[in-house]
Design a protein around this ligand. Structure first.
Ligand code: MG
Length: 167
């Protein structure tokens, strides 16, 4: 039976990511560069926050995940700007008749202190998604010294995204 899956309106998606922190790379997170002695290792620029948001958007729309759209085995995405990947996800959702209502997210990082960067991150993410910054939540926690994140060897991220039919 054909089902109009958009009849019910809102859909929600969840995203998670974790990247290793290493010396000698810029720290790119939430679409901005943060001054710090280490950066996130990755095939792309390693922006774990934008990856979690992209995954949540794709999941909400039933369109798979970023690994299926931008495989890390594809040399095309080596060093990729995750903001550009997120823009492609916005376009993909738009083609499928969806737009973002709001995003909420958490960064789990021992260091650096993230709160000074929330405003800039929210503005950047909002501009990529084409929504107001009041629709973007960015929060942060430490790992209380526990595990790889607590040792400052990794940063993880969580995101939830609500989408609705466009137009
Ligand atoms: Mg990632």
């Amino acid at each position: 039976m054909a089902e109009n899956t958009k009849a019910s309106g809102f859909r929600i998606g969840i995203g998670y990511d974790i990247h290793t922190l290493v010396e000698g790379r810029p720290l790119t997170l939430g679409g901005i560069t943060i001054p710090f002695g280490k950066g996130l290792l990755g095939h792309s620029d390693g922006d774990a926050l934008l990856h979690a948001i992209a995954d949540a958007m794709l999941g909400a729309a039933g369109l798979g995940d970023i690994g299926s759209h931008f495989p890390d085995t594809d040399p095309k995405y080596r060093g990729a700007d995750s903001a550009q990947l997120l823009k492609l996800v916005v376009e993909l959702l738009s083609k499928n008749g969806w737009r973002v209502v709001n995003v909420d997210s958490n960064i789990i990082a021992e260091r650096p202190k993230m709160s000074a960067h929330f405003g800039e991150m929210r503005g950047r993410i909002a501009s990529i998604l084409g929504v107001g910054a009041d629709r973007i939540g960015v929060k942060a926690r430490t790992s209380e010294g526990i595990g790889a994140i607590g040792r400052n060897s990794a940063i993880s991220t969580h995101a939830v995204v609500l989408i609705e039919p466009a137009g």
